[in-house]
Design a protein around this ligand. Structure first.
Ligand code: PLP
Length: 409
């Protein structure tokens, strides 16, 4: 199936400095790891360093006041992008990993409390719970992924019970690209009295997310996967839950008053943002949200679907190439994971870069248990975004075919 062209890609590409000069023929398909940044994000960050490079939230001079205003505006933009009721429900973190850790470690679950995840969580939504299992004696249950690669809602229902205090799941998986029926998961979890956190690192860059409509309790995102600065993430939390969440890091900027004996925490979100913040990063985050809003999330989704559909049909027709489940592109958003018979995924990625300047990711993608359970060494992953063109997809297909015909064993 060929979908109509949704976006003016040539116009979009002009906003991305990488596509000028010597690197203009790079085919960057490692977007699930980190995306490129448009010039508007880079300029917003530079403006901070050039024009008002001060500290927000503390000093009262004019430069500091400007920083505080810009930070507040960025927070408002993120809140409205995610459908949060109020900006105070948005805490800036250094990445999605920190946001997930903040909840896993700050909820203070008790011995015997049970946490449900899938069996294909990114290490960032697996290791913190593993640590809580070791240090606090929480229990874990997993929703197993069937060979189709799709989320199994019946298996989820079977692991739920009143011992479950938290359901923490990837909204869109970073290897399979498959999503979960988030609203249903939230409803079922709430019926059992469990809170829900979604790892939205691979969902928020590609679809409309409305935390209010989902009624989800916590939502973590990774800003560098959605045109924003490196080392930026966000945690959304319902205010009632943020109030009882213990900060991961505490100190200056997170407290209203301290004595030698005690410290009074500031209200959320400031209590989670102790220490001098990455102001350029926060301001760049606001600019990235502006850019995504200008393109439109539905247009982005449509564009990626069109690219993935074509890339999938090209690889499906290539001998010795196998596509990881789910089989159909429409279930995989912007992700296409594959293997070439007899080759390690790292070799595939290196050769594609060498012969075609095609950049993809390889290995186990921080989801080791999923691959180990299936005795797989890893996979190659192409992931598409707003600036990728159909011509690039065609070249990607040609280069994969060249690698498979020359090196497959
Ligand atoms: C599904 C998923 N969760 C979490 C993360 C971690 O994101 P970050 O690098 O922002 O900590 C990633 C990164 O690839 C991811 O794909």
């Amino acid at each position: 199936m060929f979908l109509p062209e949704h976006m003016d890609v040539e116009r979009v590409r002009r906003d991305f400095p990488l596509y000028t000069g010597a690197s203009k023929d790079y085919i960057y398909l490692d977007n699930a790891c980190q995306t490129l940044r448009p010039i508007s994000v880079i300029e917003a960050m530079s403006r901070y360093y050039l024009e008002y490079p001060a500290c927000g939230g503390r000093s009262v001079h004019r430069l500091a006041t400007q920083v505080s205003i810009e930070v507040d505006e960025a927070r408002e933009k993120v809140a409205s992008f995610l459908g949060a009721e109020r900006p105070e429900e948005i805490a800036f973190t250094k990445n999605c990993t920190e946001a997930l850790n903040l909840v896993a470690k700050g909820r203070k679950l008790l011995k015997g409390d049970t946490v449900v995840t899938t069996d294909f969580e990114h290490n960032s939504n697996h290791v913190p719970w593993l640590q809580m299992q070791e240090s606090r004696g929480i229990k874990r249950r997993f929703v197993l992924t069937p060979p189709s690669g799709m989320f199994d809602i019946e298996a989820f229902k079977k692991v739920m019970s009143h011992e479950v205090k938290m359901v923490s799941m990837v909204h869109t998986n970073n290897i399979t690209g498959a999503g979960i029926p988030a609203k249903e998961v939230v409803e079922i979890s709430h019926d059992y009295g469990a809170l829900v956190m979604l790892d939205g690192a691979q969902a928020a860059p590609h679809q409309e997310v409305d935390v209010g409509q989902l009624d989800v309790d916590f939502y973590a995102i990774s800003v560098h996967k959605m045109l924003g600065p490196s080392g930026m993430g966000v945690l959304f939390g319902k205010m009632e839950h943020l109030r009882t969440l213990e900060p991961l890091v505490s100190g200056g900027g997170g407290v209203s008053l301290t004595t030698q004996e005690r410290a009074e925490l500031l209200p959320p979100p400031e209590r989670f943002e102790a220490g001098l913040q990455n102001y350029a990063g926060i301001i760049g985050t606001g600019a990235a949200i502006d850019y995504l809003n200008r393109l439109g999330m539905q247009e982005i989704r449509g564009h990626e679907a069109m690219l993935n559909e074509r890339a999938t049909s090209l690889l499906r027709a290539t001998p010795n190439v196998s596509i990881m489940a789910p089989a159909e592109a429409k279930h995989r958003g912007s992700i296409l994971s594959f293997n070439i018979k007899g080759m390690s995924s790292h070799d595939v990625a290196m050769i594609l870069d060498e012969i075609g300047k095609v950049m993809i990711r390889s290995g186990m993608h921080c989801v080791h248990p999923y691959f180990l359970a299936r005795q797989l060494e890893g996979c190659a992953r192409a992931s598409f975004y707003v600036y990728n063109s159909m011509e690039e997809v065609e070249r990607f297909g040609e280069k994969v075919s060249e690698v498979a015909s020359k090196f497959s064993m």
